[in-house]
Design a protein around this ligand. Structure first.
Ligand code: ADP
Length: 357
């Protein structure tokens, strides 16, 4: 393993905001040192905060591990402008960009695959249709789905430097009356990422704290599935007002709701849960819109909500059009069909629950 081999691996690390040129070409690789099994690479960033800093650090680490499995990799960063203090870019973010946001609400689930992102995206659209100013930050760094679900894939958010500061601000993508932000706009799906621990946390904090949200009634945070360290860190660093928990009616999914509830009610977190959403509550075939088949069992959501003393804010049926809406980028909440109405009801109940809190 030689320095030039490491350099070659780093050619795979492209900067999505710089015409996909790689970090080597961009002159960002400041130093490579090898000590036995340990590889240390220093990346140089310009003076300002690069919104993609954490993404590039993660990608560089992934590229080296991909090419040299079993090595221990450390990525250090320096600020290119030597006059500036040497600090990691992008990490000491303040809460200024959230100053105009009235309610910050996490959309969480105990486990993956229950339709958390589908509910979050449709809830955002439904709140906007009710006349609220809405934003959604896709904090699901492991599987960002907002770009696809909103038909905004391939768009690159603008970023600009705040005058008189060293702060670079990202402009959210606007569509369907909602401001959207997702790590998916920056990361390429085919680029294997190893978002772990602090790195994942930092990247997603940037997707929330470095975004020009402006005046909003609701900022929804589509949280990563599960209840790990990343959640605890997120609820500590972002002034979440409370959460909505999404589940499906099967016992296995409901058992995980308990973990979600405990996470928010944990003493060190102590955030209210505005309610639960029972997704896939029943199946309704397109051609028989009045029929309900309780294929995952009936009343599970209600029982769980009662057990934990949280309101059941909404029940969303399984309908083909909800899945199709997610795949085509036109959320079902835009329609006036029964599935659209289910999201509209959920949105108005949430708005009520938040203001009654
Ligand atoms: P999660 O965010 O919990 O991992 P997703 O929102 O990505 O789950 O949903 C998983 C899959 O299930 C997606 O293909 C989505 O379109 C589909 N889906 C979610 N909710 C529904 C629903 N109510 N009816 C039909 N399909 C749904």
């Amino acid at each position: 393993m030689k320095q030039n081999e490491i350099n070659k691996a780093l050619l795979e690390v492209q900067h999505p905001a710089k015409g996909d040129r790689n970090v080597v070409e961009l002159g960002m690789v400041e130093n490579i040192s090898i000590d036995g099994n340990r590889i240390s690479v220093t990346l140089a960033f310009p003076k300002h905060r690069d919104p993609l800093a954490e993404y590039l650090i993660g990608s560089a680490k992934a590229a080296i591990i991909r090419n040299f499995p079993g090595t221990e990799v450390e990525i250090k960063t320096i600020i290119k402008d030597e006059a500036a203090p040497k600090k990691k870019p992008g990490l000491d973010l303040g809460l200024e960009e959230l100053a105009g946001v009235r309610h910050i609400i996490g959309v969480a689930s105990g486990k993956g695959g229950v339709g958390k992102s589908t509910v979050a995206v449709n809830l955002a659209v439904a709140l906007a249709r009710l006349g609220y100013k809405v934003g959604l930050a896709d904090a699901d760094v492991y599987g960002p789905s907002v770009p696809k679900m909103t038909g905004t894939e391939g768009l690159m958010p603008d970023a600009f430097m705040e005058e008189g500061t060293e702060k670079e601000v990202i402009v959210p993508i606007e569509k369907y009356g909602v401001k959207w932000m997702s790590i998916g706009y920056f990361a390429k799906p085919e680029q294997a990422l190893i978002w772990r621990g602090p790195m994942a946390c930092n990247a997603l904090k940037q997707m929330i704290l470095q975004v020009r949200w402006g005046e909003l009634d609701f900022l929804l945070i589509d949280m990563p599935p599960g209840t790990g360290d990343i959640h605890i860190s997120l609820v500590h660093d972002i002034p979440l007002e409370g959460a909505v928990i999404v589940s499906t009616p099967q016992d296995v999914a409901l058992a995980d709701v308990e973990k979600g509830v405990n996470m928010f009610r944990n003493e060190s977190v102590g955030k209210p849960i505005f309610g639960m959403v029972e997704n896939m509550a029943w199946f309704t075939p397109e051609e028989l819109p009045d029929n309900r088949y309780y294929i995952f069992g009936k009343g599970g959501g209600e029982r769980m909500a009662e057990k934990y003393g949280i309101p059941l804010l909404g029940q969303i049926p399984i309908v083909q059009s909800i899945r199709e809406g997610g795949d085509s980028g036109e959320p079902a909440a835009l329609s006036d069909r029964p599935d659209g109405t289910a999201f509209a009801e959920l949105a108005s109940r949430l708005a009520e629950a938040v203001s009654l809190k």
